[in-house]
Design a protein around this ligand. Structure first.
Ligand code: CP
Length: 315
């Protein structure tokens, strides 16, 4: 196998649209090594000793914020968390001034989640620490896209040629956007289905994406199914009749699951609306890798820190 010579040192992680296949492969290779550290009794290596990282979250998070924090700690970095509700943001401090303030403290990286699309890119233009986008509006969630690819690779080995069905609320999903870029770059076949009101127009014109009217057609013979969360908090009006109706027409249940390959892998970025977009029996069933995604999130974020802050695998 050819050695991957790509370097990601200093790269801002803004979205998977600007990741090459070699960069994605490097993250996945590095994450595999990082996962070993998580399984050790003493989860601590000095790869990022002397580095300092701030997580800056303007929107709620359980998985992403915690895993970025744990990933930094496992690698020996100093990490401080800022959340909008408990900082000077509540006194009206602007995003730019908050970024300047954090930069002035000498940090090496800022992990940032914000409701505005483009907020992470803006941050990368106004301050010097490396920016890792932990979700900006409905635009991008690159570390989630990478952890999805890592989870698929751990189960399926090869990514190219695998059929993935992405189901549900694509319109509001930054995860779906990052998935679509990453999966296409890695040669996967991307199939999409959901209520028409929740499928953005651009999908129909994108090369390498098949949009289906019925979710059964997307699921048929799929290697991977990713169910998206219905994002009620981002919806302005009634984009579908009722959650009960949604579950009936678009929910992933055991009956529909049987249309996919026997060893189909089920993903969901979380948190789940169980009984709406996914039946509990599917979410916790034998094909589900939803809990594993959470653990892989720590490994992938360790890989990202290592690659952007040191340029290499030093664990
Ligand atoms: N997947 C995801 O982004 O989850 P959190 O909102 O809990 O971080």
């Amino acid at each position: 196998m050819e050695k991957n010579t790509v370097s990601m040192r200093g790269k801002n992680i803004l979205g998977l649209a600007d990741f090459s296949a070699d960069e994605i492969k490097l993250v996945l290779e590095t994450a595999k090594e990082m996962k070993n550290i998580i399984h050790r009794d003493i989860k601590k290596v000095p790869a990022l000793r002397g580095k300092s990282i701030v997580t800056l979250f303007y929107e709620p998070s359980t998985r992403t914020r915690t895993s970025f924090e744990l990933a930094a700690k496992y690698l020996g970095a100093d990490v401080v968390n800022i959340t909008a509700g408990t900082s000077s943001i509540v006194k009206g401090e602007s995003l730019r001034d908050t970024l300047y303030t954090v930069e002035a403290m000498g940090v090496d990286a800022i992990v940032m989640r914000h409701k505005a699309e483009g907020a992470a890119e803006y941050a990368s233009k106004v301050v010097s620490p490396v920016i890792l986008n932990a979700g900006d509006g409905a635009h991008a969630h690159p570390s989630q896209g990478l952890l999805n690819l890592f989870t698929i690779q751990q189960h399926k080995g090869r990514l190219a040629g695998r059929k993935v069905a992405i189901l549900g609320d694509v319109l509001h999903s930054r995860v779906a956007r990052s998935d679509i870029y990453g999966m296409r770059t890695m040669g996967m076949e991307v199939h999409i289905a959901g209520p028409k009101t929740l499928l953005p127009r651009y999908l129909y014109e994108e090369p390498g994406i098949v949009v289906h009217e019925r979710i059964e057609d997307a699921i048929k013979d799929a290697d991977v199914i990713e169910v998206l969360r219905i994002q009620l908090e981002r919806m302005k009006g009634g984009l579908f009749p009722t959650t009960r109706e949604y579950a009936r027409i678009f929910g992933l249940n055991d009956r529909r699951l049987r249309l996919a390959k026997d060893d189909v892998l089920i993903l969901h970025p979380g948190p789940m609306n169980k009984g709406w977009e996914i039946a509990p029996s599917v979410a916790y069933g034998d094909n589900s890798a939803i809990q594993e995604e959470v653990q892989n999130g720590v490994a992938v974020r360790m890989a990202l820190y290592t690659l952007v802050l040191t340029g290499g695998k030093q664990a």
